[in-house]
Structure formats: structure tokens, C-alpha cells
Design a protein around this ligand. Sequence first.
Ligand code: AMP
Length: 512
Amino acid sequence: MNLASWVERNGKRFGDEPALADGTRVHASWAQFAARTAAAAAGLSERLGLRPGDRVGIVMGNRPEYLEALWAVWHAGLVAVPVNARLHREEIAYVLEHSGTSVVLTDHEHAVDVTPLVAALERLTAAVLLPGPEWDRLTGSGPADLVDRAPDDAAWLFYTSGTTGRPKGATLTHRNLLMMSLSYFADIDPITPQDCVLHAAPLSHGAGLYGLPHVARGAVSVFPTSGGLDGTQLTTLLQRWPGMSLFAAPVMVKRLAADPALAGADLSPLKTVIYGGAPMYLADLEAALDVFGPRLAQIYGQGETPMTITALSKADHADREHPRWRDRMASVGFPRTDVEVRVVDEEGRELPAGELGEVVVRGEVVMAGYWEQPDASRQTLRDGWLHTGDVGSFDDDGYLTLRDRSKDLIISGGMNIYPREVEEALLSHPAVQAVAVVGRPDREWGEAVVAFVVAASGALPAVEDLDRTCLDRIARFKRPKEYRFVDRLPTNAYGKVLKRELRQQLQDGGAP
Ligand code: AMP
């Protein structure tokens, strides 16, 4: 099945109902959306000579045309390569080259970086600018018939955000994305055509993936008019588009929760805020729950098993009377309906509840492999299981708690220290706004714990106070040997803290 059949059939069924919205304004009805994607598909294959299976890059900010481009690519049986538009031009070039992309769709904002690549990259033959006359010409073609796709045909090359090394392209098939969408209905929320999804985070990542179940069910895809979303805009959009869900990284949920425009606002039209992609600390989650109420759901996934390993449901968040509520809120939840999840030791043997090991996943949602990287694929997909590189443990109720990525583990004096625990402890200090803990090579201990601390506005916390906060919560050996106060933490384009940069700073001995 080709995923693009959803748009085609919704075009018939929902006709004049809104499909895409630019702020409060309707950008396209379902009939228009379906017509444009079918026409652009004809343009891509007939005018640009693309054949099913060819790769088409998308380097654009979030805008309604992004979805027209994405679904046109699928309609024509092509493979989408959505590239994080905030990447450096060299990184964009790497992804387009590695994926063997032939045509790239881009917007005015990114054209300066992207258009010159047509001359620089051997396989890249054209860059199409949208919106504008070029896109109008393409969408003025056709319409093309929907190209048949087999379940194992590639649909999306998901280049991982690269917190570790060069990005790799997880090959997501039509079957993977179908499973991801169905399990959204099973574990997160049912969706109706009266609902909508607000695209507040980059479409090349989680927000784009979670757009799929909404398109499948005929819900409206809404784009904030400015790049970033703040509380004032959210309340305006909620009045216009009730039944709203949005996906956001924890850092954004935290920012929204602190936005004065949301204090006391009517949030009844808000259906669900899905957060994930990075740890959300308990103190931040509690603050967010105070603002959003039981509308929060957490997901844990990765590009290799798109957005689907475990989930902490809205019901879990709401169940505050549960004796283990705090433990659950610090967990990543319960395995999703469509996957098996295990915690295993180094030999791949399943570990019992309470023991830490690597999280592995098996199911129909797991990627086919890394694009043109057979060695990396073999290393990651072993005996039918995806090895996530994340370290965690199950509790007796079957909830999974992540301790860290295996590479982040600090070993000091022969003791394993999971940075997350130290970070949780430090964040409970009111003068700490953000923190990242890494290991520094140390002659005596092997590694020493170093905390990079961003102070909350106002006074810098005293080192003695931070030490006391740690000693009150975690074992003495986990306490940082050094604190470095910084204005901000280095993050990648998705807001994940780049710990390798912090490690590098320590190795170079340079000032942060
Ligand atoms: P990416 O493939 O770029 O989305 O990165 C996936 C990685 O982000 C996972 O392997 C985890 O290390 C981390 N991650 C994703 N979701 C969560 C979550 N809910 N809590 C903590 N870490 C997460």
C-alpha cells in the first residue's frame, strides 16, 4: 500500500473541509490538497524525469507546502529525504549526497544554501523552489495516478540527528510508517476529522512523523504563522482549531509551560501534548502538568523505530494517586502495542526487571536498515532485534526507565554513574535552570564527573549548595568533582544537548 492513498481518498470524502492551515487561515481543503499532490507527482515524474524509488530531498522550514511536497513525493512512488533545515550547509550536502538525492525541494529561506548544491553534487540535478512559480508549474501538471508501492518499499530516509557521529539514514518503509500510525491510535489517541495537529517542531523529525496519523484520519494540519510558537499564538490557534494535538521536545514544553500567556488560559480545546525525543526531568514535568493538566503523553522512540518503543499515556500522567506515580513519571512508559521491547545484557540475554541493560526492540515498525550502510545496519539490527544504544531497566509493572545512552555512561573509580541521575538531582535546586553531566578523563579515578550548569536568572548557586543537593539525593561518589557555570548548553538542531562537545571542551582544557 502507498501511504499517499490516504490523501487521495480524503480528497473525495472530505472535499471542502480544511486539510492544511496557515495560522488561523485555511491554506487548502482536502480536495485541493489531494489535487495538488497528484498534480505535483505528475510534475516530478514527467517534467523532472523521476522514477519510483528515486530520492527527493526536502529542505524547508515548516509551512503547508511542506506537506504538499511530502505527499506528492509518495504519490509518485518516490522516497522522501526530509533534511533538518537548521543543519549547516555542509551537513545538508552530506545528507543529499549520501542518499543519492536527484531533486531537492526547498524554500526561499534555504535556497542560498541548497541551490548551489546542484552544481556541486553529482547526482543532484535540480532544486525546486516553493512556494513560487516553479512549484505552481509542477502543481499545474497532471494529475498522476497513484503509484503502487509494496509494504517494504522505502518511503522516508530519516537521517538521525547525530548526537553521536555522522548522521545515518534510517530507511523507513511504507509498512513501518503504517504501523507507526496505527499504533498511535492504539496507544496515544484516537483521531477524528474534527481534530487537528499543530506543527510546532521541525517536520523533518518527530513532528513530521506524527503528522501522518492525523493525515490518515482527515484531521487538519495547522502551521504556526511565525517559526516559533509562544503561548499567545497557541491560545489564538486553540480558539480557531479545537481538538488540537502537538508534538514538542521537552525543552519546548518547559518553555510553553512557563509562558505567562498560558497561565489561567482556557486550554479546553487542547487535546494532547506529546513530548519525547529527550529526557524530561521530573521537576519540569510537574510544572508542565500544573499548566496543561492531564493532556501530556510521553513517547520514547528513535528514527530507527519511528516514535515507537514505549509511551507514558495521558492516563498514566493523570493517575497522581498511584503509589508509584513519581517513578512512572520518571520512566518512559510501557511498551507500545506493535513492538516487543527487552532489556538485554552484552550477550543479548534478556534481563529481569530491575536490572540495567541495553534496550532492544522488535516489530513491524523497525526500520529496514541504514541506507547504504550495511555494516552499521548489521551492528544495529542483530538477530531480528534493533539495538537502540539506550540503557534502561523495566520495573515489575513493565514500565521502562532509561538511565542513559550507553555512550554517556561515566565510569569513575570502577563505579558506573548514569549522568541522568546526577542531572535530576541538580535540577531539583531552584537556582539551576539546565544542566548536563559528562565524564572527564582523570588519572586517579579513570573518569571524573563534571556538571555544566546554567543558572536560573538571578544568583549563581553556590557550589556547596549544589554539593549538598546531590548528597541529599544520590550516592557521594556520583557527586560532580567540578562545576562549570555556562550561559547555555550546546544543542543540536533538535534541542538535544551535545555532550560530545562538552567532553571535547574538557579534553581541550578550554573555557566553556
Ligand atoms: P532520534 O533518533 O534523533 O530521535 O534520537 C533517539 C534517541 O533520543 C533515543 O535513542 C533516546 O536516547 C532519546 N529519546 C527519545 N525519546 C526519549 C524519551 N522519551 N526520553 C528520553 N530519551 C529519549
